[in-house]
Design a protein. Sequence first.
Length: 250
Amino acid sequence: MRQKIVAGNWKMHKNAEETEDLLNELIDKLPHDIEAQIIVAPTFVNLASAVDHLEFTNIGVAAQNMSQFESGAYTGEISADMLKSIGVNIVIIGHSERRAYFHETDFILSDKVTTALKNNMTVIFCFGEELKDRQNKQHFNVVENQLRDGLFHIKDKDWEQIVLAYEPVWAIGTGETASPEQAQEMHNFIRETVRHTFGSNVAEDVSILYGGSVKPENAKEIFSKPDVDGGLIGGAALKASDFAAIVNSI
Ligand code: PGA
């Protein structure tokens, strides 16, 4: 079943104390009776305390990344099993910052997806074109290739554990947002691309989130589009009142 989702990606922000403060504020300000799924993704070191803090709330916890390997000599890495052992069952994979700064290729990402699914985790799979791709009118091609190379190796039944997040790189952290029409146009293309390979049931059921400078001021209009099922929020997720306003726009 397609679900409305609003997820906050905290990136490399908030130490332990600041994490607790923000979580407390969110518990206070976020709606308790909303049908949408609300998710926050603090940093690795604060995940366990976030799970603890949010135990009796309607707010889920996601990791921002994980290793493609199950275990072994991979200094600095975090495995799916480790995340699950502290109660984290959702992971963001393929964020453009992981692709750009940590050289995560479609090949690596497809392995991460496989490992996450094998461990029964829900994957928020991120992808999106750069500004030059849009200027060269290659944005549909780029997005289709990212989906095919990083994700489309999965089986039909795996889609229950997949959430898509379209994040045009030129709109992330820049204050520049795709217009609601641009978002809808791409989300529709994404859904049709999924339909083409996996059929209508999968295409209709998958949630497609938009990410890139979503703010309280623009959330409602973006979320009103028929193929936009929610958002992946960066900067505005770090302020409880802004995140709450965005959640209330769904
Ligand atoms: P932003 O980030 O909302 O700060 O643009 C979105 C994201 O990177 O997920």
